[in-house]
Design a protein around this ligand. Structure first.
Ligand SMILES: [Zn+2]
Length: 354
């Protein structure tokens, strides 16, 4: 297998896509559908050397971040969207999922295909030992705890009786039969071991006492499919607390001052950009009036939240009777986008930049 050529091709294709100025979401789609999908068939039947895996991963992750600094950890962007990830496919996990599926089919007595007989034939030829599937059982035995091996040797293992193997895999803490799992489920199962919780959203969890379920709902609104992708990208960055405010830019030496470019009064952190800036007073009043109209038919006591900063920053995270939550979150998303766009226009002259 000529991995160097394959990687060279991926590199040139990614460079071509880089010139199209896609959004974060768009770049993830390019990697998942156009780049990594080239490897799936190969990985179904063969392995990949570690250096090739690392190189492809490096190329793809750099592409996702537009060859600039990585804003969110690689182990977090591979995760599901409801956990703050971008669902960037991980090649190794995909390869393991394909193999687990292969084993699942091999041990499934109801699944009749020609390749199983061919596999058993060649397996039986290894070392001329006529072992057949014993080799597979041997491999499985080598990875299970010792006490289980004793149980199998003493109580279960009878060579003269045909055995069917039942293997359960834990997917989100629910045991599932390996034979009935599809590749997607197995991929999720393998992925759980390498993903990590992102650090950015911890600030919101602490500030507004959010639990995991609430955070998950907020993430769903972030990726609302009919939102323009630029708004999704901004909401994603706000939730991960990785918007480059002047406080952050000063820290990495890209700005001389931490002061807000709009009001020139306070240091510009994320709360200042969207909530505390004096120059936003009129806009906040306008937004409050608009939200009051949206909440007009709502008889809930949660109406007081209309004014709250949390609503503006993270959106509405529960369903309320009489309120179209999708529309409300869309309005809030547009509001965030406008605030940030104005700030960028003032900061960078009149260059179109976000
Ligand atoms: Zn300000």
């Amino acid at each position: 297998m000529n991995w160097k050529n394959k990687i060279k091709k991926v590199r040139s294709l990614l460079n071509m896509w880089l010139q199209r100025q896609l959004t974060l979401q768009g770049r993830v789609t390019v990697v998942n559908t156009l780049m990594l999908s080239r490897f799936w068939y190969t990985l179904f039947v063969t392995s990949m050397p570690e250096w090739a895996y690392l190189e492809i991963k490096r190329l793809c992750v750099n592409f996702i971040w537009d060859n600039r600094s990585h804003l969110v950890k690689c182990s977090s962007i591979a995760d599901e969207k409801c956990k703050g990830g971008l669902q960037l496919s991980d090649i190794k996990c995909k390869m393991y999922a394909f193999r687990l599926k292969y084993i699942g089919r091999l041990i499934d007595d109801q699944y009749h295909v020609l390749w199983k007989d061919i596999f058993k034939y060649f397996a039986s030829k290894i070392y001329g030992m006529q072992l057949g599937l014993e080799i597979l059982y041997h491999c499985l035995l080598s990875i299970i705890p010792d006490e289980w091996k004793n149980t199998i040797d003493n109580n279960v293992h009878h060579r003269n009786i045909d055995r069917t193997i039942d293997i359960s895999v834990l997917i989100k803490n629910v045991p599932c039969d390996l034979k009935s799992c599809n590749v997607k489920k197995l991929y999720q199962c393998v992925l759980e071991d390498i993903t990590e919780e992102p650090i950015g959203p911890i600030i919101w969890k602490k500030l507004y006492a959010l639990d995991e379920a609430e955070l998950c709902k907020i993430w769903k609104y972030v990726y609302e499919f009919w939102k323009p992708s630029k708004m999704i990208e901004l909401d994603y960055k706000i939730m991960h607390n990785c918007v480059f405010t002047n406080v952050k830019l000063k820290k990495i030496g890209l700005s001389d001052s931490e002061l807000c470019d709009v009001c020139h009064k306070e240091n510009e952190d994320i709360m200042h950009v969207f909530i505390n800036c004096d120059e936003l007073e009129d806009f906040h009043d306008y937004l409050s009036a608009l939200l009051c109209k949206i909440f007009e038919n709502c008889d809930s006591d949660k109406i007081s939240l209309v004014q709250s900063e949390m609503l503006l920053l993270n959106g509405l995270r529960w369903k309320m009777k009489g309120v179209n939550d999708l529309f409300l979150n869309f309005v809030l998303s547009v509001a965030r986008f406008c605030i940030f766009r104005r700030r960028n226009l003032l900061k960078n002259g009149h260059k179109m930049y976000i």
